[in-house]
Design a protein around this ligand. Structure first.
Ligand code: HEC
Ligand code: HEC
Length: 441
């Protein structure tokens, strides 16, 4: 009897609390729609179905969403979701930002990061099918713009290059709002990969510090060890009339610093970005890192890293007197349209110092290595092209006095030494030597 009574009281109190809770609730309103994405109707219907509940001012709540305490979780998602991406205030973004958000949306969908799984568990109608994702992908494929020669971009790049004086920095670079300081040595780290971004017309090189390089050699990259640092440098693309691309104006450099304890709140990485050759710290306040974390979220099973290191050419090259492993500093990168290849030009200390000063010719003992890869689509980001298998490795070594530089070429997967004619060698030496150092402040 007594036990029964206690139970009844507990039940009554619980029910009472539940009812009382219904009166304490966040209010979810639907503010006016000021502008929507100008996309084909089939794209719009995918976004409406799977995203609009959290990323628009047209939220439709199911009855079970409106029950407290569920409503608190729902309201949190909606507030945060609208803050980072709102399809109902599309007009508040620039054209480039709009495009960027759609490419980011596709990536979130492809890797099952959006819509949130907690939400689709209860709203099966919002689940995406492969066809839904294809609809957005096909639309975005039409938004990839071929790069054309542009004299104003060339002029801007030339101006920037002429004004760029490496290591002549007087004004110290300010840290970003989360306190991370600038790391000027990024340009001397080993190049891990490169990308050509057809979605936003930039090309990038990713470099890694010693710890990153060691982790690659030892295959301990998921998770990356504490102390790993990546830098990603972005330039405008400069196309010639044949469609070949070289780095233009320097845009920004950004970093990811691995420290699973110190940066636990931002997925184990410290994030930082500096823009322009005056290296302006990016971010209004320390919360800028949310943007980085959110867009890297689809790579959550890859320790939040997009880049796959290129086939490690330095380690796999044949043993010749030319090659020294520690001498793989980046001078420039490029894309060769007809051959569907992309390349990175590396130099030893002497070569890099001379190239970055814009010297007219290379000194004796300067060593240049041009690695060329077949270009392939990046599985991690629609619209990006990355290096695939190695097509060739070419080296130019400058000699003392008036002696002609030596040229060697290795081709194919096994990098077999190539027998080239003297004429071919001269042509390649000229091509490789002509490449201008990319601006890296
Ligand atoms: C249940 C609510 C919800 C739904 C539905 C949802 N999202 Fe999100 N979305 C969020 C929240 C909350 C965030 C903030 C970051 C986080 O929690 O991951 C976010 C972040 C994002 C971001 C990162 C934006 C930035 O710049 O930081 C993108 C892009 C995104 N969502 C796209 C989508 C797309 C596309 C869909 C539909 C396919 C979708 N989301 C569906 C709640 C939602
Ligand atoms: C809109 C999506 C997006 C946002 C926002 C973003 N990244 Fe990335 N990030 C990428 C992609 C995609 C790559 C792969 C390389 C490439 O294609 O450019 C990448 C690569 C990187 C890399 C090289 C290591 C890796 O993961 O491949 C660093 C470092 C980096 N990002 C830093 C940042 C920082 C710092 C921020 C915030 C200030 C940031 N990113 C914001 C998409 C994004």
């Amino acid at each position: 009897m007594k036990r029964n009574k206690t139970w009844k009281v507990v039940l009554l109190i619980t029910a009472g609390c539940f009812i009382a809770l219904q009166f304490i609730r966040p209010r979810i309103t639907n503010p006016p729609v000021t502008g929507e994405p100008d996309v084909p109707p089939e794209v719009s219907s995918v976004l409406r179905k799977a995203c609009y509940d959290c990323h628009s001012n047209e939220t439709h709540l199911a009855w079970f969403d409106q029950v407290s305490p569920a409503i608190w979780l729902v309201a949190g998602h909606i507030t945060e979701g609208r803050q980072v991406l709102n399809f109902s205030n599309w007009d508040s973004l620039s054209k480039d930002q709009q495009k960027g958000k759609l490419f980011e949306s596709l990536n979130q969908m492809t890797f099952n990061a959006m819509p949130l799984s907690q939400y689709t568990a209860l709203h099966p109608g919002a689940r995406l099918t492969t066809e839904d994702i294809t609809v957005l992908k096909n639309y975005l494929a039409t938004q990839l713009l071929p790069v054309k020669p542009d004299s104003s971009k060339t002029a801007a790049a030339n101006r920037q290059y002429d004004a760029w004086k490496p290591d002549a920095r007087v004004v110290p670079v300010q840290p970003v709002p989360n306190g991370i300081g600038y790391m000027p040595d990024y340009k001397n780290w080993e190049a891990i990969s490169s990308t050509q971004r057809l979605d936003n017309g930039t090309m990038r090189v990713i470099t890694g510090n010693d710890i990153a390089v060691k982790a690659i050699r030892e295959h301990t990259t998921n998770p990356w060890p504490d102390g790993t640092v990546f830098a990603k440098i972005a330039w405008d693309e400069l196309a010639d009339t044949a469609g070949n691309i070289a780095p233009g104006e320097f845009k920004q450099v950004e970093f990811m610093i691995k420290d699973s304890h110190k940066y636990a709140a931002t997925k184990g990485w410290g994030w930082a970005r500096w823009k322009g050759t005056d290296l302006k710290p990016y971010g209004k306040n320390a919360m800028f890192t949310m943007e980085c974390v959110n867009c890297h979220q689809p790579m959550r099973n890859n320790d939040f890293v997009f880049t796959t290191p290129t086939q490690h050419t330095a380690a796999s090259l044949p043993d010749t007197p030319f090659l020294k492993l520690s001498e793989w500093k980046v001078i420039a990168s490029g894309v060769q349209k007809d051959l569907q290849t992309m390349s990175t030009l590396y130099g030893n200390e002497r070569a890099v110092a001379s190239a970055r000063k814009g010297a007219a010719s290379y000194p004796a003992d300067a060593l240049l290595t041009l690695v060329t890869w077949k270009q392939q689509a990046d599985d991690h980001w629609f619209g990006a092209m990355i290096p695939g298998r190695v097509a060739s490795v070419e080296q130019v070594q400058f000699q003392p006095g008036n002696a002609a530089p030596l040229y060697k070429k290795y081709t194919g997967n096994n990098l077999v030494a190539d027998k080239n004619s003297e004429e071919e060698a001269q042509r390649r030496i000229a091509y490789i030597t002509r490449q201008r150092a990319s601006v890296m402040p």
